[in-house]
Structures are given as C-alpha cells and as structure tokens.
Design a protein around this ligand. Structure first.
Ligand code: SF4
Ligand code: SF4
Length: 335
C-alpha cells in the first residue's frame, strides 16, 4: 500500500527539474530554507507493485497483475546491510507488502536482530482476508509489528469508490480481527489508520478528523485504533492519470504550490528516511522512487552512510505535495 501506502510510466508528466525548473527548490531558497539530511531513522522498503487492489489514488500503479516484487536474494542483501547499521525502524510498503514471498521470514529476521528493529507494515487490510493470509494478523501480533492501514473514509460509499466494491466491509472485518488480537488497545500493538482525500483537495485538520473517525468507527462498528494519519494525494502515477482525465491536473498542482507551508519543511520525511525499491535501488522517498529519481547509483547493500549524509536530497515540483497545508508524510500531517 502506498499510504499510503509505490519506475513509473508517468515520469515526463510529473518531474520538472529534469528541465531545470525545480520550483520547489526555488521556493525553499526564497524562504531561506535548506533540506539537509538527519541521521537515517527509517529504512522504507517498497517490496514491489503486486497488490490485491487497484485503488484510484495509488501512486504506485499497483495491482494483481504486476510482477515487480523483491526477490529473495535482494531481500537477503538488504537485510544483511541493514544489520550493519543503527537504523532502528523498517517500514514495509508496496503494493501489498504481505504478498512478497519473503515477507514473514523478513519479519522474523528483523525481530531477531540486535537490537531488534521496529517494523511497520503498511497494510491495505483486505489482504488479511485473502486465502493464505488469514493467519497473518496473529503472526504480525506475535512479532509486535506496527500496522498502518488505509481506510480513506469511515463511510462505505467513499471507500468503495476509491478502492473498489466491497473494500469497506472487508476493511471493517480485518479491523475487527486486529482488534480481537489487541491491536489498537495494547500499547505493544499499535494500529494507525490512513486517510487521503477522495478528490483533488487537501486533507482536513488531522486532529479533528481523528476525533470523527474514532467516534464513527467505535459507535457503528465497535472498532478502536490509535492514530489517524492524513495524507495528501501526490499527483503522480494513477492519481495523476485520474486528475488528467478529470481535467484537474494543472489546477491540483497549483493548489499544492499555492498552499506551500514553510513550517512543514523541517519535518519532511526525506530528511531521515532511506527508500529502497524491489531491485535494491536507493531513493529519498517512495514518491521519488515511483518517479525514477535515484538518490545515488549504488544499491542499498553498497550504501555508505557517511557518503549518504552529504548526498543532496533530490527535489522536484511534486515535493509541493509534502508541504501543502499542514504537510504530509507517511506519518501523517507535519505541522
Ligand atoms: S492499489 Fe491500493 S492498496 Fe494497493 S498499493 Fe495501491 S493504494 Fe495501496
Ligand atoms: S516528495 Fe520526497 S523528496 Fe520531495 S519533499 Fe516529499 S519526501 Fe521530500
């Protein structure tokens, strides 16, 4: 999931710094802001584009027919490299990361490392009901995996319109199973939900929406969760195609740019995240990954963190999607 939640055929439509017009970098400079790296805190592994869903907003163009998925030797080399680093958090995304053949073994390995790594599974919920995956919630709970799950609305019509028929009911059933294991109530089993707008607009205030979500899911379905993360839809890949068909692509890009919030810059996730793709290539974030904007030519298992610290973060106009309004990241709003 891209929530989040993912090389793209839409690169020419979405990257403007290739033509020397990075308006985002110019905006940072105009505000006297720099985008410097912090020590890496998160290794986000995008295991590929295989997914059981085909959501309208997907920035990965994921789906059931995609064949890109991390091979076992790539995963092995990535884990061996990680073990030599102090990076404490591993964030597994896709596609549906659970569909990677080595998913469970990776989790066992990460938890057995010294120190054990904190693991985040970016889950679309419905995968937990698919044949062969129904024992996964118990496995995730046993390994103390944090779950960040997409649920773009607490009303069925909106979720089904964005993610597909029946997805809302399946998501609710998956949440009930997770709750039954202690997810959302046991402090060791965090369960966070992800909201993204259904159309070409910015997300509402995260705290207010979290209150609404908690009340609606508790009152109607008896479901508990910890935090709601609001994400801004990035105008790339499938969402860019949707915007283009609706005649809204230029207006949406302008909306993001017009709502540039300088206060969000210091919290941008690219500052402390390393993003890796299914082939082991390295990027500043999952969006840059989908646009083919490599941070370095080395594979993750060749990466020297001292060199990484002085490598510039690659920006382009899509970065306005992270700084619009309250800001946006894999952990929700930034301000
Ligand atoms: S198709 Fe949907 S569930 Fe699958 S990766 Fe894309 S947004 Fe996530
Ligand atoms: S798109 Fe990536 S590189 Fe650009 S601001 Fe967002 S996280 Fe940083």
């Amino acid at each position: 999931m891209p929530t989040a939640n993912h090389p793209s055929s839409t690169v020419p439509d979405t990257v403007s710094n290739a033509a020397g017009r990075d308006r985002f970098a110019a905006r940072l400079a105009a505000h006297g802001l720099r985008l410097d790296r912090l020590a890496p805190r998160v290794l986000q592994i995008n295991v590929g584009r295989l997914c059981n869903l085909t959501c309208v907003h997907c920035h990965v163009n994921a789906g059931p027919n995609r064949t890109e998925v991390m091979a076992e030797d790539t995963l092995e080399r990535t884990l061996r490299w990680l073990e030599t680093t102090p990076i404490p958090v591993v964030d597994l995304t896709g596609g549906a990361p659970e569909m990677m053949p080595g998913f469970r073994e990776a989790i066992r390995r990460l938890r057995a490392m010294t120190p054990a790594r904190h693991i985040i599974d970016r889950c679309n919920l419905t995968i937990l009901l698919e044949p062969g995956f129904d024992d996964l919630p118990a496995f995730l709970a046993a390994h103390r995996v944090e779950i960040v799950a997409s649920l773009p609305c607490y009303e069925p019509e909106n979720v089904n319109a964005q993610r597909g028929d029946g997805v809302f009911d399946a998501s609710i059933e998956a949440l009930r199973r997770l709750n039954a294991l202690g997810y959302g109530t046991d402090p060791d089993l965090p369960l966070h939900l992800v909201y993204n707008p259904a159309g070409a607009r910015l997300p509402p205030d995260q705290a207010s929406l979290e209150t609404d979500y908690k009340a609606a899911l508790r009152d109607h379905f008896g479901i508990a969760f910890n935090r709601l993360f609001t994400l801004t839809n990035m105008p790339i890949a499938r969402f860019a195609s949707w915007l283009r068909r609706a005649g809204q692509l230029a207006a949406y890009r302008q909306l993001l740019e017009d709502h540039f919030n300088p206060a969000a810059v210091s919290a941008l996730m690219c500052r402390d995240t390393i993003s890796v793709d299914w082939r082991g290539r390295v990027y500043d974030c999952d969006f840059n990954q989908q646009l083919g904007l490599h941070a370095t030519d080395t594979s993750i298992w060749e990466l020297d963190l001292e060199v990484w610290a002085s490598t510039a973060i690659r920006t382009a106009d899509h970065c306005f999607g992270c700084t619009a309004g309250c800001g946006s990241s894999c952990g929700g709003a930034l301000t």
